[in-house]
Design a protein around this ligand. Structure first.
Ligand SMILES: [Zn+2]
Length: 369
């Protein structure tokens, strides 16, 4: 729906509702009352000429990318609430209404927020997604959990084929919600696309263009805000490069493989993940394997995540001499932060710098031992 028709629709709806309320309450005593109502509606119409946009995003980091482009009266909503994991999430009817009332919806369009796919298609919503952007950087999903054994277990479209081999049962049940339109995909891509600075820039630029089209009167301001924001992000990128230079070689293990793009960008030394599937606890056999790696001194840091049970990390690290850190791929904000700012997300520069600090905290301690 284009802006003007949606605007007309809004005003007509408002007019009809006021008129019917007046008729029902018997308040239309004279033509002048009706005239007043018409004038106030016309004023409403004019005031909406500087149309405020409703933007909805699937996950918090996307909100953090585009918030600095918006003007004060634009509304920015996040579907996934702070602290929730996108893996296995399901939309409620209220979310569908939110999407319905949005001028623009932003999502990753990967397994991470595949729960957006159907409702968006059904609603015919105006949307932009990371995956669909030209030049987007995509990396293949890393298989097997221990990445130096790359491609040891390549998931195919018919995973059942592997039944009866020596690979443990967890690997066979893995990643079903990590798969997205799998029938059309011969090689699965890592869906955590927002972890790449380059990808984030692409989304910001695409959203900026879209906003300029939706709000032609505000286009120059949007362009300026975009430029300032991208300059700021470039500085943050340089800052992170500097920060992580000293810890590039330190081997670490993550809870689930959400950080490949970040790792790739800053040349970090991730050696594997505890979980193969975000919604399933690792098998005992797997935990034993990982503990052996830690014991052998092949892992200096193990990272947990606030969205997942801590016991999954403890099972691997308990009683062993290894540093434990925390990584937050969603940029969860505290209740206090929400109250003070009215926001459910961190701006992307803060989010990504926080992630860098989290890596650095643990890796630099391990480095100094
Ligand atoms: Zn994930």
């Amino acid at each position: 729906m284009n802006i003007l028709s949606s605007l007309r629709h809004k005003v007509r709806k408002e007019f009809n509702s006021i008129l019917s309320r007046m008729l029902h309450s018997g308040k239309v005593r004279s033509l002048s009352t009706l005239l007043k109502a018409t004038i106030s509606l016309f004023a409403l119409f004019l005031s909406q000429q500087s149309y405020a946009l409703n933007i909805t995003v699937s996950i918090p980091p996307l909100a953090g990318m585009v918030a600095p482009l918006l003007s004060e009266d634009d509304q920015l909503e996040v579907v996934l609430k702070p602290g929730a994991s996108p893996h296995g999430f399901q939309l409620k009817p209220s979310h569908v209404r939110l999407l319905q009332n949005s001028d623009l919806v932003l999502w990753v369009a990967s397994p991470v927020d595949s729960w957006m796919q159907k409702p968006l298609a059904n609603l015919g919503a105006t949307e932009l997604n990371l995956k669909g952007l030209v030049d987007i950087e995509e990396l293949p999903v890393r298989q097997g959990g221990l990445w130096e054994k790359k491609n040891q277990h390549i998931a195919t479209l018919s995973e059942t084929e592997h039944k009866g081999t020596s690979v443990d049962s967890e690997e066979h049940s893995h990643n079903h919600e990590h798969e997205f339109s799998e029938a059309s995909q011969s090689q699965r891509m890592d869906g955590h696309l927002w972890m790449s600075f380059k990808n984030s820039r692409l989304l910001i630029e695409a959203v900026s263009k879209k906003l300029q089209m939706l709000k032609p009167n505000d286009a120059e301001n949007i362009r300026q805000r975009t430029q300032a924001w991208l300059t700021k992000l470039d500085k943050t990128n340089q800052q992170i490069k500097q920060q992580l230079l000293q810890v590039q070689k330190v081997p670490y293990m993550v809870l689930h493989d959400a950080f490949q793009y970040f790792e790739h960008q800053y040349s970090l030394n991730g050696i594997g993940s505890i979980q193969l599937n975000p919604s399933v606890s690792p098998s005992l056999k797997r935990v034993a394997e990982l503990r052996a790696k830690v014991k052998a001194g092949q892992v200096s840091c193990v990272f947990r995540e606030p969205q997942f049970p801590e016991k999954r990390v403890l099972a691997v690290t308990k009683g062993l001499n290894v540093k434990v850190g925390s990584l937050d791929p969603m940029g969860v904000v505290s209740k206090k932060f929400q109250k003070e700012t009215g926001r459910e997300f961190l701006n992307y520069d803060v989010f990504i710098l926080q992630l860098s600090n989290q890596f650095n905290d643990c890796l630099s301690k391990a480095n100094n031992q």
